[in-house]
Design a protein around this ligand. Structure first.
Ligand code: GLC
Length: 713
């Protein structure tokens, strides 16, 4: 049986107390990734060649370009595309960058990590919510102290921008295990019984205004993903019931695998035999993200499916994409794809949707960002740097970024979007500059910054990325931030101000502030609002954008802390009986009619309009760990464990507190399953966080924000 992993507090303590022991190894390596791999281990070099050989088949696929109007796979190559110099390099599996130097600091913690773990202290910290408020506070403080000292210690040793470190020994590489041949199995599901949920005890209000010492916590403390057995329990380190749920989740996830030419390339969005399939039998890029992460965090990791997915979707990006007579940008990634068996050609064929078949006919702006972020997670987990260094992969990244960084008429660094271009893929009034896309954009820019090589226009692109990262973080931190003080300022805004001296930069009319915000805004806490554009601030809370802003460090440390404060203060509204509200509050009445266009699927407190989405649990958990508040995540996980499996893993829940299974929700929704698994694995082994979190970029001069009452100095 898997052993329990230590808590966050224990992990910090272990890392803090551990002087490098005899087995510890500190080394600084200079060179390209492949050079490092080869210098470190000749065996590693052989494994590299095996990997090169493995991808060759996929590279052949990548050379095929399709000109099909219906966006189905066509294996004849287009002469126009073949003339692309990058395509010609398809056979060069790994390209070396002579002027790419990476400094890698490696601290082996394995020896010390298992020695000091005490199951007792684990219990204390993870089940802290059962204790008194005071002891909870004390425990938090001691955790926070550990965070600070770790942060200080590690910052001394690594002050450069975080990069994808190279391993010093082949066993640390997390090499892809040889995939076993698998078959896709159609599952049969039983109808599920709903259970009554006990009332959530109302939490006493904490009125202390204090900034969280976890701000500035360094992820470098987690930089080595701990693969030792005690840290690896695949999420089944809880009680009997929760272990059974974890086991069921792994089984279901496996059943959702989609195969193409014998290789697993993704997961189905849902496997609900009782509902119309619609497009839920497809592999969605955004839905695969948590599935992919689950496979990476698993013990042993299953990175093959992630690699195959990344390469297959890259191949799809290369198709010519048309909707009616209009050709979409080269870099657009599909929203989803499916594998069909072509009975004429007697072979499998791929069908992809770039938005042309989606309900709103909008291209998925988020797909390319998720793809880049997943590529970094894969690299961080496996240390297989060769994949990201492939010319085709570099090209794919550049194409995605070119779509976003090209010159235009913009006066803001944010990306202008159509309604329905992301997880909320129907009309919901998120057009303009939605926080979800801005946060993903920022995250992807920073991930790409770590992986892009300077050759072939990469250097210029990196310069553009750097400028955009700086401008975007300033813009979001300055103009999207809302807390009690800021709200009060906006409430008293003057209008009709011109020139750069204007305080009310976007000419927001204070009368447009909705009534609910005044009640919703706690004295302690704050958040990044949904959208900012001329004379328009969308004050709604969107969980995904706020969590991604924390994980990517788009939000400042103090803002990240305040966001978590808000989640605590508004638990009933944002979490309720089933985590987590995708957006708060719901649009009702006239607003619902005008903003959604009378959308019957998006009625109040349902689906995208204030519905509760279990998949979001992983994002909250990651943000909680990053801000040093694992106990909040634990509380949300407990809620999920009361119902999710018994209800058949629904896609979303309805109602103001998320009590009812969503009206049109699919059951056995894969990302509800994988989101739960990741949350469990991150809580049990917080070092998993490095796969989806970035350190603060120290080169960005943070704008001096006026501190509000929520952030006393
Ligand atoms: C729904 C969601 C979308 C998701 C898709 C597949 O349409 O709105 O975000 O990708 O289902 O699960």
């Amino acid at each position: 049986m898997a052993r329990m992993a230590p808590t966050l507090a224990q992990l910090f303590a272990l890392l803090k107390n551990d002087e490098p022991s005899d087995d510890s190894e500190i080394g600084i390596l200079f060179g390209t990734s492949s050079e490092i791999l080869q210098a470190e281990s000749p065996a590693g070099a052989n494994e590299l060649s095996v990997r090169e050989a493995e991808v060759t088949e996929w590279l052949l696929d990548l050379q095929y370009k399709d000109s099909s109007v219906s966006a189905t796979e066509n294996e004849s190559s287009s002469p126009e595309k073949d003339s692309d110099p990058l395509n010609k390099e398809g056979s060069k599996a790994i390209e070396k960058s002579p002027d790419y130097i990476e400094i890698y600091l490696y601290l082996d913690k394995t020896s010390g990590s298992s020695k000091n773990a005490s199951p007792k202290s684990e219990e204390k910290s993870l089940i802290s919510e059962k204790g008194s408020l005071e002891s909870k506070e004390k425990q938090k403080e001691s955790e926070e102290k550990s965070l600070i000292s770790i942060s200080e210690g590690s910052l001394e040793s690594n002050e450069e921008e975080e990069s994808l470190e190279k391993p010093s020994d082949s066993s640390e590489k997390g090499e892809a295990p040889t995939p076993k041949p698998k078959k896709s199995v159609r599952m049969k599901c039983n109808e599920n019984v709903s259970v009554s949920v006990s009332e959530i005890p109302s939490k006493p209000k904490l009125m202390t205004l204090k900034s969280c010492p976890s701000v500035g916590m360094s992820l470098e403390s987690f930089d080595q993903i701990d693969n030792s057995p005690m840290f690896r329990s695949n999420g089944a380190g809880g009680n009997g019931e929760s272990n059974a749920m974890v086991e069921e989740a792994w089984e279901l996830l496996k059943k959702s695998y989609v195969y193409y030419k014998g290789k697993e390339v993704g997961t189905l969005a849902a496997m609900d035999p009782s509902a119309e399939t619609l497009n839920y039998n497809q592999v969605f890029v955004r839905d695969f993200f948590p599935s992919g992460l689950a496979c990476l965090m698993k013990d042993p990791p299953e990175p093959e499916i992630v690699k195959n997915f990344l390469l297959k979707t890259l191949h799809l990006q290369g198709w010519e994409k048309r909707i009616d007579n209009f050709t979409l940008g080269e870099g657009v990634m599909p929203a989803s794809f499916k594998v069909l068996f072509d009975s004429h050609r007697l072979k499998e064929t791929l069908i992809a949707d770039f938005g042309g078949s989606a309900i709103g006919r909008v291209a998925p702006l988020d797909s390319g960002f998720w793809w880049i972020i997943l590529l970094r997670s894969y690299t961080k987990c496996t240390r297989d740097y060769a994949l990201a260094e492939l010319p085709e992969v570099q090209r794919g990244m550049k194409l995605i970024l070119n779509l976003c960084l090209s010159d235009g008429f913009d006066t803001f660094p944010t990306l202008l979007c159509a309604d329905g271009c992301s997880m909320i893929d129907r009309r919901m009034g998120i057009y303009g500059y939605p926080i979800e896309i801005q946060a993903l954009f920022y995250f992807a820019l920073r991930c790409a910054r770590q992986m892009l090589k300077p050759e072939r226009g990469g250097k210029e692109l990196i310069e553009r990325i750097d400028k955009r990262i700086t401008a975007l973080s300033f813009h979001i931190q300055q103009y999207y931030w809302l807390d009690f003080t800021q709200l009060n300022k906006i409430y008293r805004y003057k209008t009709e101000e011109y020139s750069h001296t204007a305080v009310n930069k976007f000419n927001v009319i204070p009368e447009s502030i909705p009534d609910w915000v005044f009640d919703f805004m706690p004295l302690r806490g704050g958040y990044l609002i949904g959208n900012v554009s001329p004379a328009r601030m969308d004050f709604r809370w969107f969980l995904l954008g706020n969590c991604i802003a924390i994980l990517s460090c788009l939000a400042t440390g103090a803002q990240a802390t305040a966001i978590m404060d808000l989640v605590e203060e508004r638990w009933e509204d944002l979490v309720g009986e089933m985590p987590l509200k995708i957006v708060y509050p719901a649009l009702e009445g006239h607003d619902w009619r005008t903003v959604t266009g009378f959308d019957p699927k998006n009625t109040r407190w349902s689906y995208h309009n204030g519905g509760s989405w279990p998949v979001l649990l992983w994002l909250l958990t990651a943000a909680c760990i990053k801000t040093g508040r694992p106990q909040i995540a634990k509380r949300a996980i407990d809620l999920v464990e009361q119902r999710l499996s018994k209800d058949g893993w629904p896609e979303y829940y309805d109602g103001k507190t998320g009590r009812y299974i969503g009206k049109q929700a699919r059951k056995y929704q894969t990302w509800s399953i994988s989101g739960y698994l990741i949350a469990k694995m991150m809580i049990e082994n917080p070092s998993n966080l490095v796969m989806i979190s970035l350190e603060e970029d120290k080169r960005i001069a943070n704008p001096r924000l006026t501190r509000s009452a929520s952030f006393p100095p």
